[in-house]
Design a protein. Structure first.
Ligand SMILES: Cc1cc2nc3c(=O)[nH]c(=O)nc-3n(C[C@H](O)[C@H](O)[C@H](O)COP(=O)(O)OP(=O)(O)OC[C@H]3O[C@@H](n4cnc5c(N)ncnc54)[C@H](O)[C@@H]3O)c2cc1C
Length: 441
């Protein structure tokens, strides 16, 4: 079994040779045959963390905390430290991550390499906005410290750089002060995409975190209905803090379970279960930020054939029209889509040459992999995104064409200059015209 898979389980790769990295000296680039790619916890859905037939450098053993300044909140840690480890150590001390994705099972290196975003993008931008400096190990054995003042080009290529510029050894990130482990959370059902946009605009000024679940299978007048969630850090809930329990999926479920009927029933029940009007609760931060982490290995529910997540961003002007088109195609496609997540990105500029977030609306959809039917559907969605001058997120992608990538990331040619010649990935070989030519490999 190749345990170094991506989260979606698609595409399958040949077992890669894996080198666990304990110290920078562990990796002897001069003795390596073939291209290399750093691997964090494999929480990328598609092939950006895979290197089919090549070598993966497992960075999860670079897991040491280096320093913390309790005045400024500046944390320096190795790149394999996970968000869960940071939260476990620092939330009780009154500090929180400046930006977090929807899972805490990611490494600092992986979060930088995909320049991840969270529910506070409209306020805080991406994770990369909070990285003060980092150290990169390149295949010519240089160790290069980069920041927005030093080796600036390499810094902006490494943030969102998909692991292709070298191995991030450590990074310095500014944590933010919080008053406790609680979130005041409000959920509000909405009936259309227009309602979503209105809620989003009115909430962004008062709520640090906003996101919505959208029913992606309903057609007709109800299309675009969903549940809006917003929240702020809270002092206390009036009772003792208890970590939410976790469940585990022991093995792959039969793929047939994730069918359209089940998806439609799930979406309808979820929507109908929410009380009408605004519901307010004070919840542990884990329940608000990481509801999916409560079920470890929930990706196994999709069975052996796996699933894809399609995440696009569309500029403000075209968002309402294009998202409606996308939801119509998905609802009419016959494919099961269990999860749809909508969020309005703010206008904070992302620091990476290949960062995904930009001002506009982002939609993420989970679809089980059903061969060419699924791929054809997603190609159709690409056309809409392209017509609206939008982009697709590499961290979730396993299939976009090279032309779509270049369209989504117009600065890709500048980025190419910073790629380490010994580094490559399955994703990169797919979206570029070929691999990298390393003289030693
Ligand atoms: C349930 C779930 C929810 C998610 N929600 C969000 C979300 O809300 N927002 C969002 O932006 N993303 C989200 N993601 C995606 C996830 O945050 C990213 O894919 C993240 O980068 C995964 O981190 P990782 O440590 O697992 O890295 P991997 O997936 O192993 O690798 C990701 C990339 O980082 C590179 N890399 C890893 N370590 C290093 C290193 N030390 N040096 C250089 N490069 C390195 C790899 O080469 C690869 O290109 C979600 C994923 C899941 C499973």
């Amino acid at each position: 079994v190749n345990s170094y898979e991506s989260w979606g389980g698609y595409p399958k790769t040949r077992s890669s040779t894996v080198i666990p990295m304990y110290w920078p000296e562990t990796i002897r680039f001069d003795q390596i045959q073939g291209s290399v790619l750093p691997y964090g916890l494999g929480r990328s859905y598609g092939d950006s963390c895979l290197n089919d037939g090549g070598i993966l450098i497992d960075t999860s053993r670079l897991d040491r905390f280096i320093s913390f300044d309790d005045q400024s909140g500046i944390l320096r840690c190795e790149a394999g430290v996970t968000f869960e480890e940071i939260l476990d150590l620092f939330v009780p001390r009154g500090w929180f991550l400046p930006v977090t994705p929807g899972t805490r099972h990611v490494t600092v290196g992986g979060a930088i390499a995909n320049d991840v975003h969270g529910k506070n993008h409209h306020r805080a931008g991406t994770f990369g906005c909070h990285v003060r400096q980092l150290e990169l190990l390149t295949s010519d054995r240089q160790r290069i410290v980069c920041s927005s003042h030093k080796n600036v080009g390499l810094f902006s290529a490494t943030i969102g750089g998909l692991g292709l510029t070298g191995v991030i050894l450590w990074a310095e990130v500014r944590l933010k002060p919080i008053t406790g482990p609680w979130i005041t959370m409000e959920t509000i059902p909405f009936e259309s995409l227009n309602d979503f946009f209105e809620l989003s605009i009115s909430s962004d000024a008062h709520y640090e975190y906003t996101v919505a679940w959208v029913d992606c299978l309903v057609r007709g007048a109800e299309m675009g209905r969903g549940i809006f969630m917003r929240g702020n850090h809270a002092d206390s809930a009036g009772h003792a803090y208890e970590k939410p329990h976790r469940l585990r999926i022991p093995c792959n479920a039969p793929s047939i379970l994730m069918n359209r009927l089940a998806a439609r029933a799930f979406n309808t029940i979820y929507y109908r279960m929410q009380p009408r009007g605004v519901k307010q609760q004070v919840v542990p931060y884990e329940s608000f930020f990481y509801p999916l982490d409560r079920v470890s290995n929930w990706n196994r529910l999709y069975g052996k054939s796996g699933f894809l997540q399609y995440q696009c961003v569309i500029g403000k002007q075209d968002a309402a029209y294009s998202l409606k088109e996308i939801l119509t195609i998905v609802a009419n496609s016959g494919l099961a889509c269990f999860l749809g997540v909508l969020k309005q990105f703010g206008s904070v500029v992302s620091p990476g040459l290949l960062s995904f977030p930009r001002a506009g609306a982002t939609l993420a959809l989970d679809v089980p992999f059903r061969g060419s039917k699924t791929l054809r559907l997603l190609d159709e969605l690409d056309k809409i995104v392209r017509d609206a001058s939008g982009g697709i997120y590499p961290a979730k992608d396993a299939r976009m064409a090279a032309s779509m990538f270049r369209f989504s990331y117009p600065r890709w040619e500048t980025f190419v200059e910073f790629i380490d010649p010994c580094f490559s990935s399955s994703f990169w070989r797919r979206v570029s015209s070929g691999g990298n030519a390393c003289e030693r490999c």
